[in-house]
Design a binder for this molecule. Sequence first.
Ligand code: GLN
Length: 276
Amino acid sequence: MKKNKLLKALAVIGASVLTIGMLAGCGSVASESTETPAATEGTAEQTETPVAEEGGQYIVMGTNAEFEPFEYRDGDNIVGFDVEIAKAIAAKTGKELKIEDMSFDTLIVGLNNEQMDFIAAGMSVTEERKTQVDFSEPYFKSKQMIIVKADDDSITSAEGLVGKKVGVQLGTTGDLFVSGTDGVEVVQFDKAPLAVMDLKNGKVDAVVIDAEPAKKLVEGQSDIKVLDVPFIEEEYAIAVKKGDAELLSTINEVIKELKENGEYDKIYGQFFDSAE
Ligand code: GLN
């Protein structure tokens, strides 16, 4: 019975269960510019970073820098695959790139409040999000994966999550899947690394997250593993405010150019195993 419901949830993912809008707007905003050191755990720090006005100096990328290799902190800097794409967008517009780092579930609200010009955050295109933002052409294919303890034989696929406690990052497609699946107890975290910490501590049984960050999160750790059973295919795109056609077409041009001139492959090689 439960299993049927789970399969049904798997089938309809991408449709009505993707209700990101309900999640947007809750949770605290930890916003900081790239110049400021990382906020200490649990503090919500808000800096005044004005969004570039027409002809202004900055173009602002909104992200959640807890998603290696797409965006993460290296010392005081935020780096990653998405940051490289954002740099190319900034170069195209002739502006300086500024990065607003905030919790993933507040990004769309932040964009619509003009705290940023675009979101580049490994954000998957969903029907629900399409009602709130305009998406660029997709620039990356992704999947949802499951991380479990290395010695756990009880979870071997998404169906095995029924009856388990599963950690997710708040407001992500992984969260929507787990929250929308009967019989699975969801535990939402602000940051994916905290979910993995609780998995290691035995406070959750599994973590559902995108494929590349999953690989990074288990790298060099013998007590946890990624199951080789991807279960939802998604595509990442950059989001702009609804109706911002000018920026959207610039972004689409940049994505096209990066793919055509070999830069995309170069950046890819910088952040991902070249075997893929
Ligand atoms: N791709 C997932 C989503 O869009 C997760 C993104 C993230 O955690 N940065 O929901």
